[in-house]
Design a protein around this ligand. Structure first.
Ligand code: NDP
Length: 489
C-alpha cells in the first residue's frame, strides 16, 4: 500500500488532521493507496506559501524569459517521468495506459513548451487616445494565487491545461484534484522536483470538496479559480467564489450531439461516433453521447453501430489490446447503472449492452458499451449527462429539425456533424450552440486550439492564447506629459 503526503511550500507534508482516505484500483476494485485528507489548516499552509512565492519570492521578480525556461523544464520533467505517471494514473482511475503514454504524454509536454514560449510575449499595447500629451498603455499581470480544482476522469491532462498557462503568466498555483483520483497529481509533484522551481509556486492539496475545496475557493488570498467538473460542482464553486468576487473559469459537463446525415460515409461515421464515446467508457466531458440520425440512414447505421460496439474488448487498462477500460470509481459505476435502469423503464429500446461485466474476473467496475434507440428528445436519457458508455439515438428528417434537437439542451460543450456536403457542414457549424464543432471527425484537439463551453458547459477557455488570457488581468496605465494640470474648478 502506497501512502502519499501532500505537497506545499516545496515540502511533502502530513495532513494537519492526521487522517487519510483510500484510493481503489478500478480494474480490481482493491485499495492500493492512502491519500492525505487535508483540511482548512493545510489550505492555509498552501495559500500562504503560494502568496509568498508570487509576491515576495524570486518568482515575483523573475525575468519572464527565465520563467519560461522554468515552465519548459516542467515539460522536460513530464517527459522523463511519463512511464511512472501513466502507471499511476491507470492504477488510480483506470484510464487505458496507452491513452496516457504515449497517447497524451506528448500533448502534456507540449502544453508546457507552448506556454513557456509565451511567457515573455505577454505584450501590452499603447492605446491611441487621440491626445498627444497623454500616454496610455496596458500590461497583462498575473492574478497571484490561483486555485485549480480538477475532475477525476483525466487528472493529469486537466491539471496541466491549467498549470502551464497559469505559471507562464507568473501566478502560483494550488491544485486540488478530485478525491477519486488524486495520486497522479501527487506523482506529478514528485516529477516536478527535478525542475527546481522556487518553493510555493506549485502546490497540491488533497481531500474532499467540502473540507479542502471550499476553504480554498473562499480564501481571501486566492484571486482566481479555475474549475473543471460537473455543472452542480461548478455552480457551487462559482457561488462561493462570487462572495469575494474572484475571477472564475468553468469547464463543465456536456451532452454533446453527433449529427449524421444520409449522405455521410457510413463506415467512417460509425467509427467516428463509436470512437467519440466508448473508448474512455464515456468518461469524457466531450463524449458524443447523443446520436441524431437522419431517417434514410437510420436502420443501416444502427445495425453497423451495434456490430462495431459489440466488437470492443473490455479489460485490463494496462493491456494495449484492451479497447475499453473500467469506470473510474464505484460510486460512479453505480450511478451509471442507475441511469441505464431508468432508461430501460423510460420506453427507449435497449439495442445493445446495458450490463455490468467482470472481464478476466478481476473484480473491477465495467459496463458494456450501451446503445438505446428510439430515445425521446425530452427524456432524461437524452438530457442528463451520464458520463458513462451510454449512447442515446434519435431520428430526424430535416436539417432544421436536427439543429433544433441538437441545441435543445442545457449543455454546449461539443458537437459532431457527419456529411459529405461541406457547404451544409459549415453552415451547421455556425448554427450549433457548442464551444467545439467537429466536421467529419471527433475528439481532435491540440494545445494551440481553445476549448470550452457554451451555456451550462461553462465559460472561459483552456489551451491556445485564450487559455493564457484566462490567467492574466489587464491593467491600463495613464501618463500625462502636459506641462500643467488645469484646476478642476
Ligand atoms: P465534481 O463537480 O463532482 O468535482 C470536480 C472537483 O470539484 C473535484 O475536485 C471536487 O472535489 C471539487 N468540488 C466539488 N464540490 C466542491 C465545492 N463545493 N467546493 C470546492 N470544490 C468542490 O465533478 P467530477 O469530479 O465528478 O467530474 C466529472 C465532471 O467533470 C463531468 O460532468 C465532466 O463532464 C466534467 N468535465 C469537464 C471537462 C471540461 O473540460 N469541460 C473535462 C473533464 C471533466 P471532490 O471530488 O473531492 O468532492
Amino acid at each position: 500500500m502506497e501512502t502519499y503526503a501532500y505537497y506545499a511550500d516545496g515540502r511533502w507534508l502530513e495532513p494537519a488532521g492526521g487522517e487519510y482516505f483510500t484510493s481503489e484500483n478500478p480494474y480490481t476494485g482493491k485499495t492500493w493507496a492512502q491519500i492525505p485528507r487535508c483540511n482548512d489548516r493545510d489550505v492555509e499552509i498552501a495559500v500562504q506559501a503560494a502568496y509568498r512565492a508570487c509576491h515576495e519570492g524570486p518568482w515575483a521578480r523573475m525575468h519572464p524569459a527565465e520563467r519560461g525556461t522554468m515552465v519548459r523544464r516542467l515539460g522536460d520533467a513530464v517527459a522523463l517521468h511519463a512511464d511512472r505517471l501513466a502507471d499511476i494514473e491507470t492504477r488510480d482511475n483506470g484510464k487505458r495506459r496507452v491513452d496516457i503514454h504515449p497517447g497524451l504524454s506528448s500533448w502534456l509536454i507540449d502544453s508546457f513548451y507552448y506556454y513557456a514560449g509565451m511567457a515573455d510575449k505577454l505584450e501590452g499595447s499603447v492605446i491611441p487616445t487621440g491626445r498627444d500629451e497623454i500616454l496610455n498603455y496596458t500590461r497583462h499581470e498575473p492574478y497571484g494565487v490561483v486555485a485549480a480544482i480538477t475532475a477525476w476522469n483525466s487528472p493529469l491532462l486537466i491539471a496541466i491545461w491549467k498549470l502551464a498557462p497559469a505559471l507562464a503568466a507568473g501566478n502560483a498555483v494550488i491544485l486540488k484534484p478530485s478525491e477519486f483520483a488524486s495520486a497522479s497529481t501527487l506523482e506529478l509533484m514528485k516529477a516536478f522536483e527535478d525542475a527546481d522551481l522556487p518553493s510555493g509556486v506549485i502546490n497540491t492539496i488533497t481531500g474532499f470538496g467540502a473540507e479542502v475545496g471550499e476553504p480554498l475557493v473562499t480564501h481571501d488570498r486566492v484571486r482566481k479559480v479555475s474549475f473543471t467538473g460537473s455543472v452542480k460542482g461548478g455552480a457551487s464553486v462559482a457561488g462561493l467564489a462570487a462572495r469575494s468576487v474572484k475571477s472564475v473559469t468553468m469547464e463543465l459537463g456536456g451532452k454533446s450531439p453527433q449529427l449524421v446525415f444520409d449522405d455521410a460515409r457510413l463506415e467512417d461515421s460509425v467509427h467516428g461516433v463509436c470512437g467519440g464515446i466508448f473508448p474512455p467508457a464515456g468518461q469524457s466531458c466531450i463524449a458524443g453521447s447523443r446520436l441524431l440520425l437522419q431517417a434514410g440512414i437510420y436502420d443501416a447505421f444502427v445495425g453497423k453501430l451495434i456490430e462495431v460496439a459489440q466488437r470492443a474488448r473490455l479489460g485490463d487498462p494496462n493491456d494495449p489490446a484492451t479497447n475499453i477500460g473500467p469506470i473510474a470509481n464505484k460510486i460512479h459505476f453505480e450511478r451509471v447503472l442507475g441511469h441505464i435502469e431508468r432508461a430501460r423503464k423510460s420506453g427507449a429500446t435497449l439495442a445493445c449492452g446495458g450490463n455490468a461485466v467482470n472481464p478476466g474476473g478481476a473484480g473491477g467496475w465495467f459496463i458494456e458499451p450501451t446503445i438505446f434507440t428510439n430515445v425521446a428528445p425530452d427524456s432524461a436519457l437524452a438530457r442528463e449527462e451520464i458520463f458513462g458508455p451510454v449512447l442515446a439515438v434519435m431520428r430526424f428528417e430535416t436539417e432544421d429539425e436536427a439543429v433544433q434537437i441538437a441545441n435543445d439542451t442545457d449543455f454546449g460543450l461539443a458537437a459532431g456533424i457527419w456529411t459529405e456536403d461541406h457547404r451544409r457542414a459549415l453552415n451547421l457549424a455556425n448554427r450549433l450552440e457548442a464551444g467545439t464543432v467537429y466536421l467529419n471527425n471527433y475528439f481532435d484537439a491540440c494545445t494551440q486550439s481553445p476549448v470550452g463551453g457554451y451555456k451550462q458547459s461553462g465559460y472561459g477557455r483552456e489551451n491556445g492564447w485564450e487559455g493564457m488570457r484566462d490567467f492574466v488581468q489587464t491593467k491600463s496605465v495613464w501618463l500625462s506629459t502636459a506641462r500643467r494640470i488645469e484646476a478642476p474648478f
